[in-house]
Design a protein around this ligand. Sequence first.
Ligand code: UDP
Length: 330
Amino acid sequence: MAILVTGGAGYIGSHIVDLLMRKGYKTVVADNLTTGHRKAVHPKAAFYEGDIRSQDFLNSVLCREGIEGVFHFAASSLVGESMKDPLNYYNNNVLGSLSLLKALEAHKVKKLVFSSTAAVYGEAKSQPIREDAPLSPASPYGETKLAVERMLHWWAQASGARFVSLRYFNAAGAKASGEMGEDHQNETHLIPIILQAALGKRESVSIFGDDYPTKDGTCIRDYIHVEDLAEAHLLALRYLEDGGESTVLNLGGSKGISVKEVIEAAEEATNKYVNVTIAPRRPGDPAELVASSEKARLMLNWKPQKTSIRQIVEDAWSWHRSHPDGYHKL
Ligand code: UDP
């Protein structure tokens, strides 16, 4: 029996595929390669190029491979882009997930780990954010992820399936060896942008707003190393394999780091000065998002290892420095 990873050619998905392969799981990747990279996928994982909105595509994968559990990453995942093109987010994220669940139901696959997000909370009233905090997404991205969480809840109840929804805070870093990392066509994420500036591929970094009600006026986020995220996914799968009930868990490092602090850590890690300009706030960005990850630590016995921003940026730097053009020139 095998594990299906939708979106397994993406940044987080590819790190989970790599971990599953190292742990001896037979791993099957389904990805339409709109934003993912074929070269990011472990060479020994089975790979199917296609779109999960197609039942024919999913049925062909599920008929050919005996799938017993699914990691579902395939989605659009940018807050800013979702504000400009909300319908595409509903199409890709909600319809894609609906299509996947239909196919899983037909093939009696009953274990799923879902890639959700801290964006489901929106502007939280208190920090750190627990899973029972009010859900009030401030963007179509968060809204569509929440819609899928609700769909999973009712699907699980009706079908006897079980799921773990993992609400990530800010995924960052790269495999320590530097051979895998973050590569988006039009990069919008803070750490890769800073490192591209350090490499001389950008003139400067814009800080989106320095007038937030935070310690230095810039947004506060909770950065979590992608390898720690991968480990949490594996633990979530094992939890379901052991008969665990459906649940929702935050995954973060539980430390609030400002945009300015990330820039400082990157300057130290790279030993380079980065030009910074102050730009207007980015629509859809809450001032502060910090996780309480107690529930994941207790229920999964998850112990994140690389929790300092310096370590996270150093690993990201290993990837960017050795792959200035991402996966393209491999
Ligand atoms: N950010 C920034 N300049 C950039 C990109 C991001 O100031 O060029 C800020 C953004 O406003 C947010 C934080 O950095 O507060 C992290 O943004 P990112 O896009 O990396 O992740 P998100 O929080 O949107 O998931």
